[in-house]
Design a protein around this ligand. Sequence first.
Ligand SMILES: Cc1cc2nc3c(=O)[nH]c(=O)nc-3n(C[C@H](O)[C@H](O)[C@H](O)COP(=O)(O)OP(=O)(O)OC[C@H]3O[C@@H](n4cnc5c(N)ncnc54)[C@H](O)[C@@H]3O)c2cc1C
Length: 418
Amino acid sequence: MSTTADAAPADAEQTPAFSLELSQDQRDIRDWVHGFAAGVLRPAAHEWDEREETPWPIIQEAAKIGLYGFEAMGQFHSDPTGLTMAIANEELFWGDAGIGMAIMGTSLAVASIFGSGTPEQMGEFIPQCFGTADEPQVASFCVSEPDAGSDVSALRTTAKYDAAKDEWVLNGQKAWATNGGIANIHVVVATVDRTLGSRGQAAFVIPPDTPGLTQGTKVKKHGLRASHTADVFLDDVRVPGRCLLGGKEKLDAKLARAREGASSKSQTAMQTFEATRPVVGAQAIGIARAAYEYALEYAGQRQQFGRAIIENQSIAFALADMKMEIDAARLLVWRAAWMGRTGQRFTAAEGSMSKLKAGEVAVWATERAIQILGGNGYTREFPVERWHRDAKIYTIFEGTSEIQRLVIARAISGRQIA
Ligand SMILES: Cc1cc2nc3c(=O)[nH]c(=O)nc-3n(C[C@H](O)[C@H](O)[C@H](O)COP(=O)(O)OP(=O)(O)OC[C@H]3O[C@@H](n4cnc5c(N)ncnc54)[C@H](O)[C@@H]3O)c2cc1C
């Protein structure tokens, strides 16, 4: 969700050791989330994928048992080793990625408020992101635009300050926003001074029912179809001064530093992204593991030429490779999750490595699973084709695989690789 990367590296004596042996708390949370994923998400996955709608009844069920909400996020995040958030995400997305994203999509907006907001802003806006157990809400984090995807420095959405009213006025178009238009809280990143590129940008909370914010086209997608994705239009959207995350004084100081050409805080931003990427990687691992387990079971049952297909080396070796790659990806994810939570320095973009590896393993493993199921794998009667469609987004959003490679290459070389 958020990061401690901004903080000074923790005292070595107090830093929880990296351990593959899960604590009782971690095992309990894993089993609890797994139970919900197996009992509620799995049986509902096909229906909501076909409907291509936000699964509100399931979000409500998750809220009722305390798996969706402010407390759950706090509980997952409070683990000092950082692993619980990754473990919970893997289990949920093992159940279903579309519904998983409908439940977890809110955490992007929450992470930005948590990462950039003042204590007052966190107290006011984070609970509104989730709503209540009886009436759950979702939140949306809107950065991407039609002409600014990988290149976030090219944002055109503007935020202008109206000093007389102490209000910010936002205008522009956001693209691809998860929960865009249906969210209670939208966090919108806009440019305050375009000449400064990403250093001239700031994030604003748009409170519920603010006039001027409207939903554009809802996107029909290849996968993650139970998760709502849409354009968002901002037409003279006025928000009070307190909606600027971090406050005006901090923004003015940042802009002044940037105008003087002083060293930027891009290192801090990079550390923040590195710390949030493993959670996205954990989601991809959940999908890959679902496909691996299903294919393993199927290969043991399916008979051809008088024997189970798993008794052919080509099938058994494919499953062996799937298991190995998934475990390798999880190790990268857990390492980066631990580094982010304990304030270690990401010297080789370890967070990007974990997201890149997990996303590519998920696409590859789900494709292998389709192959192992043969014709059945290619139909909507079996879940592996849906898992393959869902997995593909993990090489695209939260930084494409190419952008992750760029970040890693720059980190290890110290050069501005283009
Ligand atoms: C389902 C879904 C949900 C999303 N949710 C959100 C959300 O909630 N909030 C949000 O703000 N955004 C969201 N996004 C947007 C997502 O983050 C962008 O799609 C992503 O960053 C890529 O941007 P783009 O689509 O404009 O591709 P482009 O940036 O146009 O990239 C196209 C291709 O060019 C490659 N490329 C670009 N630049 C380089 C380079 N310098 N070197 C090498 N290759 C390069 C890319 O890797 C990619 O292969 C979502 C997208 C999807 C599909």
